[in-house]
Design a protein around this ligand. Sequence first.
Ligand code: HPA
Length: 281
Amino acid sequence: MPEKNLYKQALEAAETIKRIIKTKPKLALFLGTGSAQIIQSLHPSISEIDYGEIPHMLKASVQSHHNQLIVGNLYGVTVMIWTGRLHYYEGYTMDQITFPIRITKLLGVDKAIFTNAAGGINPSYNPGDLVLVRDHINLFPANPLRGYNDERWGVRFPDMSNVYQKSWNIQAAKIATKQGITIHQGVYAGLPGPSLETSAEYKYLRTIGADLVGMSTVPEIIVAHQMRMQKTVISIVSNVVDNDGNASTETTLEQVIATVDNSLENVHKLFKNWIPFLDKR
Ligand code: HPA
């Protein structure tokens, strides 16, 4: 629940980061499970800040999340990359999960790309496919904006009818298709986890209009939207189910990470042509 002193805490965090990085990034990346390797494309990497150095910031506890904020040059654009995501299933509050996005906004960065690993429930999806999120269904039991509303963040009742940056998704889809990368646009259902879905739940999610399901991102997107940031999400399909919600193999974290890892080359290829485009928007 947004605390009254959240703004002050986020300002302190932003001030600390500003002092260290001495530059203003143009774009923020929030990396999900298995995606941290994207930082290898930074030339040069300007600063590396451990989450522990950032006032009021907590750390992700899950394997494959690196807990560093890295600032550098990605294909000609100064970016800040959050390499560890905090999840609701880890026991964190919505304020804690969404703190990095608030800090980002206070640093004056208004554009963000999120990545995540997600289960594919649209039967046309295959493991490793990329999906640009075009909308979401919030099935978390809490909304990050519940409680005290500090008007400095934004309005009490943000309109959620147009959350994802359509022009960015169109451009990304064009770039990917040109390079022979399989890419879709779909609806992401955000659930608390950590247990995965039963077959009946996967089927239910498909029925209500979801193409993907995952345990992250939606809280951050809601907060980013209230703060009027431009944003989109790329999900990497890590496992799939059929029309009846059945999977042919068991889903494990190791398998999710391995599938994401195999797709990162395509993410790199997409970013190479897409990131410079975003700088001009
Ligand atoms: N369900 C929920 N979250 C996930 C899945 C899934 O099937 N795959 C990756 N994250």
